[in-house]
Design a protein around this ligand. Structure first.
Ligand code: UT7
Length: 325
């Protein structure tokens, strides 16, 4: 038996960071044909944070990486790997992860980015967990850093009201304490059919601009309910668990109405679902760590709680994971 078979990947620290600028729905109504009432009733969003013009995904990542280093007291030279989930990297290359590595002086770490859109946090958990247990990595920084507000068309009221910026960081450690940590992850993609690609995508550089996010909202709404609920049901069943074994469901925070409809249609307990959409809007792969940090700070989520993460994003990609804190 390898040492890693008796080890678990545990969450040893969680940090989050939000850009300074708060933009409310009323602020958006000053510049667009929209209203607080429309945005709030359709999505549950009340406000979002918007990064400064010169503040990019790797900048958010550097701040949140420094925060987790100071919170946990880890020496950067002990970090084995830095994995960054982002859909909005500052540059095509080098990766955000390499820039963060240099800025924090994690001289022994290897570093790379992954892009699994809004499901990127759970993909990142899965990749980190696999690498840690197969390669024996002791300390991994998993960072999610997103600046989607730089990639929306601010004249398109259908999309621009939905997104916000933010970052999260987890320090993951290999531990012999098998009573906690990552219990299971399940990842899915479906990029085969054109209709899936076109319902939520980014059209790439256009006439000198970096391009815009486009979305068919109703289709995303439907697939989010269908695929998040089926992946949660599958992962619970594969682990011989039921929803009663879960203390909190922390879904990707795209839209409160998606979560309410999912609970109603698929019989998940809404009282166990963490909803922070009102504060941050849709921050893509940063939304689950942001919600987790908020819930720990307000005392709702505690050490020992069993969490079920779920998310869906462009690709389509979707994923679920069960983790005990
Ligand atoms: O990570 C995944 C990311 N995406 C999502 O989670 C989005 C999922 N989808 C949704 O949340 C919803 O589909 C939306 C919130 C995006 C839209 O809600 P909807 O109820 O599906 O609205 P709709 O697109 O069918 O539009 C209804 C009406 C239209 O007006 P008419 O044609 O009925 O006169 C739109 O033009 O609402 C209008 N509208 C707006 N009005 C005020 C669309 N956007 C706005 C807006 N403010 N921002």
């Amino acid at each position: 038996m390898r040492e890693s078979d008796t080890m678990r990947t545990v969450i040893a620290g969680i940090a989050s960071y939000l850009p300074q600028k708060v933009v409310t729905n009323d602020d958006l109504a000053q510049m667009l044909d929209t209203s607080h009432e429309w945005i709030f009733s359709r999505t549950g969003i009340e406000q979002r944070r918007i990064s400064a013009n010169d503040e990019f995904a790797s900048d958010l990542g550097v701040v949140v990486a420094k925060k987790i280093i100071s919170q946990t007291g880890i020496d950067p030279s002990e970090i084995d790997a830095i994995i960054v989930s982002t859909t909005t990297a500052d540059r095509r290359f080098p990766s955000c992860a390499c820039r963060i590595q240099g800025e924090i002086g994690a001289s022994k770490a290897f570093a790379f980015d992954i892009n699994a859109a809004c499901a990127g946090f759970i993909y990142g958990l899965s990749v980190s967990d696999s690498m840690m247990r197969t390669m024996g990595l002791k300390n991994v920084l998993l960072i999610t850093a997103e600046t989607l507000t730089k990639f929306v068309d601010w004249t398109d009221r259908l999309t621009c009201v939905l997104f916000g910026d933010g970052a999260g960081a987890l320090l993951l450690q290999l531990s012999s304490d098998t009573s906690r940590g990552i219990i299971s992850t399940k990842l899915y993609s479906n990029g085969e059919q054109e209709k899936y690609n076109s319902i939520l995508s980014h059209n790439g550089p256009q006439n000198g601009h970096r391009g815009y996010t486009t979305m068919s909202g109703r289709a995303v709404f439907k697939y989010a309910i269908e695929y998040m609920s089926s992946s949660m049901t599958e992962i619970l069943s594969e682990n011989n668990m039921t929803i009663d074994d879960i203390d909190w469901i922390i879904p990707h925070q795209a839209n409160k109405r998606i979560l309410e409809s999912m609970c109603k249609m698929k019989d998940f307990p809404l009282e166990k679902v963490v909803i922070t959409t009102q504060l941050h809007a849709n921050t893509s792969s940063a939304s689950i760590p942001l919600a987790l940090r908020d819930m720990i700070d307000c005392g709702k989520i505690k050490q020992g709680d069993t969490l079920l993460f779920t998310a869906l994003g462009a690709g389509l990609v979707w994923a679920s994971s069960i983790v005990r804190l």
